[in-house]
Every structure is written in structure tokens, then in C-alpha cells.
Design a protein. Structure first.
Length: 294
């Protein structure tokens, strides 16, 4: 097991692997490539809506260096309406089945227990639940009875109302406390704590200031003793650093920079749209780390 706390300049908490098959690479965090098979995602909606396009994109993400491809069939952009579970499954299950058959590690991005179950049956090895189990009370039972890892994100409500819930006195303290509550609920439901990964939920019921505070104080979330996944990719708070007319793809450079910041803070993984730029940025970071310890 790799202990990032032993590296010069690293955060002072231990990264525990979620599972031997998905252990954090020694030289960098895990890279989770985003594959949206939806018509309305905020950055790439509709590009990969067909089975052929989605599978080709999943293969491309893996070739670019993604350790896991995260397949989602429901947009969680601000204001998005829910999609029936049946439609979500129609979108994602054939894609998961095809990519898993090619030995690509798959995560299913869903809040629905029935979709998680169907995705596991199709070959998914991780359940990435942006609601942390709050959207569907059956989710923990599905995960507890399956041989999968579970990513639990900090969440306060569905996309159509989440901006109204971005009220905190100290966002880091409160996010940490609410994630601790989720960990207690998972433990009571029988989930293996060694297979749980936490996500601070950047952009979900968070303002720009909240997002930067969480990124700057990731070590405090690490005190929960679980691996951390950080997802900044192409989000609005990064877009605010660019000219108003800038194409959304120009946020990839900022995403790569925040991936390096997350790596330096000890993150287990980062979730990104553009895998190639993040892999390159993390290679630079890794070489710098090696140079510091030489």
C-alpha cells in the first residue's frame, strides 16, 4: 500500500486503497475519465449519446491514461431535472457492458439503486453516487451486497434546488461533519469502510468561495480517514478565471492545475473530462516530487 504521507511536501494523512485492483498508483492519483451519455450535460451533452460514440470515447479515455471510466446517464448540472431510472439504464447499461468486455474498469455515476445494481451486473466495479446514499435509501444495501467500491459525494439536494442550499458558516467543517454522518450510516448498513471513497462535492450546493476553501483545506477532510476523490473538471468556478466568451474546453488547463493541487494535498483520485492534459500535468508533478526527494 502506498502511503503518501511519507513523501516530501505531501499531506499528513494516509491514503488507503479502495481495493487491491484499484489501488492508487504510486506515482500519481487515480484518474477517472468522465463519459456522459446524456443529451444535456453541461460540457459535452449529446456528443456521446449513441452506443458507438460512447464506446469509442470510453476506449479513447482509457488509451489516454484513465484508470477508470465513469459512465453517467443523468445530468447533475445546476437546474437539471431528474431522469427516470429506466431511461438512465437504457443509456448506460449497453455502454458499460461493451467497455467492461474490453477489460476497462468502469464506474457507474448514478443516484439510483436499481441502476447501480444493473450496472454492477453489466460489469461496473465502482458505484459513484453524487448523493452519498441520500437520494435512494436502497443504495447502501445494493453496495453492501456487491463486490464493488463506493464513492460517496457530499450532497444536500437535487440539482434543481442545490444552489439554494449553499449556506455554510464554515464550509469545510460542515462538509466534513456531514460526510462523517454518511460514513456512520454506511457502517450501520454494512458497507465495508475500506471500500468507501469520499468526494467533497465541488460545485454541488457550493459557491465559488466554498469550492476554493475545500480545495485549500483538503487535509481536513482527509482526517475522516478515507480516500478522497476531487472533481473540478470544467466547472463554473474555474470558468470564472477565464474570459466570459472562452470555450468550455479552455477550462481543461485549469482542471489540470487543480488536479495537481489535489495530488499535492494527498487526493486518491481526480475526475476529469480531458484525461490527456491531466495525465501530463500529473506526470510533471510526479517528476517534481521525485526531484525533491532525490
Amino acid at each position: 500500500m502506498h502511503d503518501l504521507a511519507s513523501e516530501p511536501g505531501a499531506a499528513a494523512f494516509v491514503i488507503r486503497p479502495a481495493a487491491p485492483s484499484l489501488e492508487r498508483a504510486a506515482e500519481r492519483p487515480m484518474v477517472i475519465g468522465i463519459l456522459n451519455v446524456t443529451p444535456d450535460s453541461f460540457s459535452d451533452g449529446g456528443q456521446y449519446a449513441s452506443l458507438r460514440a460512447a464506446v469509442e470515447r470510453g476506449i479513447q479515455l482509457r488509451q489516454q491514461g484513465a484508470d477508470v471510466v465513469d459512465v453517467g446517464g443523468e445530468s447533475t448540472r445546476p437546474g437539471a431535472e431528474r431522469v427516470p431510472a429506466e431511461e438512465e439504464q437504457r443509456r448506460v447499461i449497453p455502454v458499460i457492458r461493451e467497455l467492461a468486455a474490453q477489460q476497462i474498469a468502469i464506474s457507474i455515476d448514478t443516484m439510483n439503486a436499481s441502476t447501480a445494481r444493473a450496472a454492477i451486473d453489466a460489469g461496473a466495479r465502482i458505484v459513484n453516487d453524487v448523493s452519498g446514499g441520500l437520494a435512494d435509501p436502497r443504495m447502501y444495501a445494493v453496495v453492501a451486497n456487491a463486490d464493488v467500491d463506493y464513492i460517496a459525494m457530499h450532497w444536500r439536494g437535487h440539482s434543481r434546488i442545490m444552489n439554494e442550499l449553499a449556506t455554510y458558516t464554515d464550509v469545510v467543517v460542515e462538509v466534513r461533519a456531514e460526510l462523517a454522518e454518511r460514513l456512520s450510516a454506511m457502517d450501520a448498513a454494512g458497507l465495508d469502510p475500506n471500500r468507501v471513497i469520499l468526494d467533497p462535492g465541488l460545485g454541488f450546493a457550493k459557491t465559488t468561495e466554498h469550492n476554493w476553501s475545500l480545495l485549500a483545506r483538503l487535509d481536513e477532510l482527509g482526517e475522516l480517514g478515507r480516500p478522497l476523490l476531487v472533481g473540478t473538471s470544467r466547472k463554473r468556478f474555474l470558468g470564472e478565471l477565464l474570459p466570459a466568451e472562452a470555450a468550455i474546453e479552455l477550462r481543461d488547463a485549469a482542471t489540470a492545475a487543480t488536479s495537481v493541487l489535489a495530488a499535492s494535498a494527498g487526493a486518491w483520485g481526480v475526475r476529469v473530462h480531458d484525461v490527456a492534459s491531466t495525465i501530463l500535468a500529473l506526470a510533471v508533478w510526479s517528476a517534481w516530487q521525485t526531484g525533491r526527494s532525490a
